[in-house]
Design a protein around this ligand. Structure first.
Ligand code: DX5
Ligand code: ZN
Length: 224
């Protein structure tokens, strides 16, 4: 299976009263990124955290933050996340018509641009964007909450996106988000996913290090 798969625990499933401790636990566990889910109560019904919390957590963290904006009109507040210390940021294709402007703006500020896509949106809408974003965040659940079940068909969807990217001869990473567990990580990595976001499978068992290790081992085909 794929050798280098990055693991990004989602804070959405962590204890919101102790987010800084959860970030430290992810660092000790050797996670590659912290996945920071921003929801505005409009694009998705749920409401989570914003740039002030990102800035506060970044103050003591060494691990890079991967920001997933599940918000309407993301360009209005994008700079606040860039200034707060995101190293990767994804907006939804369903929320932002100016993907090229977004990518240009983010890249000029030294941050990696990505585009997220909901399960019900055709992959064909990304055929141009894969040429100028660094990654596609394929939602493998409908966004809005942690702890949902992985949607069947998502592995085939990752494989299809992988082929679309390859046929264009570009380098665009595939990230997956929602219901990721050691049970599906290997198949996703084999289909072309290089970055796995996981909330409940990392924080749900009470042992962050074991959760990260199990995902990494499953994704790389190593023995658990
Ligand atoms: C869903 C979020 C995900 C979520 C993943 O809307 O974007 O990042 O927290 O959580 P699990 O792994 O529990 O599905
Ligand atoms: Zn997310």
């Amino acid at each position: 299976m794929t050798a280098a798969v990055r693991i990004a625990p989602s804070l959405l499933s962590a204890d919101f009263g102790r987010l800084d401790e959860s970030v430290s636990a992810c660092e000790r566990a050797g996670a590659d990124f912290i996945h920071f889910d921003v929801m505005d109560g409009h694009f998705v019904p749920n409401l989570t955290v914003g740039p002030l919390v990102l800035r506060a957590l970044r103050r003591n963290a060494k691990i890079p933050f991967d920001v997933h904006l599940m918000i309407e009109e993301p360009l209005r507040t994008l700079d606040q996340y860039l200034e707060a210390g995101a190293v990767r940021v994804a907006v939804h294709v369903e929320a932002e018509p100016h993907l090229h402007r977004f990518a240009q703006h983010v890249r000029e500020r030294g941050v990696s641009p990505g585009v997220a896509i909901n399960p019900g949106t055709s992959l064909a809408v990304l055929d141009e964007a894969v040429r100028f974003v660094d990654f596609v965040l394929v939602m493998t659940v409908n966004p809005g909450w942690g702890g949902q079940s992985f949607l069947p068909g998502s592995v085939a969807r990752v494989r299809e996106l992988s082929e679309r990217i390859r046929s264009r001869g570009v380098a665009c990473e595939i990230a997956v988000d929602g219901g990721i567990t050691p049970g599906n990580a290997g198949a996703l990595a084999g289909a072309g996913a290089g970055h796995l976001v996981a909330g409940s499978s990392v924080f749900g068992g009470g042992d962050v290090a074991a959760g990260v290790a199990a995902l990494r081992e499953a994704a790389t085909g190593l023995r658990a």
